[in-house]
Design a protein around this ligand. Structure first.
Ligand code: FES
Ligand code: FES
Length: 184
């Protein structure tokens, strides 16, 4: 129990998929629970709830984040994108389209996190971020080709219990091709 005079909850405003939501939250509430349990945005999945599986990945200010390790209060005022905000109306985002076309999933439980993570990967790559698989990390070398090794390394925080990895790597590679002009 908190000492007298210390508040354990606050009213916060979350910016999610272009909408504003003001809600009271206990300070211990994760962004994942706020999205799923309070805002009914259940596309973001809870797998391990301890930062190990990537199922809860969302974009915060265009960078990927595991929402189970992010406090809702820390996300206040940031631009949050969940899987519900990725498509443009009825038009799938090229990353979603590639996952559909290349069978980048089986049960689909990990897929929202995989897709949000792939969006993060494409942006990080366009921004010139190296990965542990990048051979030449000198800034002047520029972004490395998105080889299967690069994609596997960059997507390694997202687990898939169904083992759809081969198709996921192909889908991310195709999405990279299809979004070359739009990322960055
Ligand atoms: S639920 Fe967040 S990383 Fe597994
Ligand atoms: S598609 Fe089933 S866990 Fe990835």
């Amino acid at each position: 129990m908190a000492p007298a005079g210390i508040s354990t909850s606050s009213s916060i405003t979350l910016h999610v998929n272009g909408e504003k939501y003001t809600l009271p939250v206990d300070h211990r509430t994760t962004l994942l629970d706020a999205l799923r349990e309070r805002l009914d945005l259940t596309g973001t999945k809870k797998g391990c709830d301890q930062g190990q599986c990537g199922a809860c990945t969302v974009l915060v200010d265009n960078r990927r984040a595991v929402s189970c390790l992010t406090l809702a209060v820390a996300a206040e005022g940031r631009e949050i994108t969940t899987i519900e905000g990725v498509a443009d109306g009825d038009e799938l985002h090229p990353v979603q389209q590639a996952f559909v076309e290349l069978d980048g999933f089986q049960c689909g439980y990990c897929t929202p996190g995989q897709i949000c993570s792939a969006l993060g990967v494409l942006q990080e790559h366009a921004d010139g971020w190296p990965s542990a698989a990048t051979e030449d990390v000198r800034p002047e070398a520029g972004p490395p080709p998105l080889t299967p090794e690069e994609i596997r390394e960059r997507m390694s925080g997202n687990l898939c219990r169904c083992g759809a990895y081969v198709s996921i790597v192909r889908a991310v590679a195709q999405a990279a091709e299809n979004t070359k002009e739009t990322v960055a």
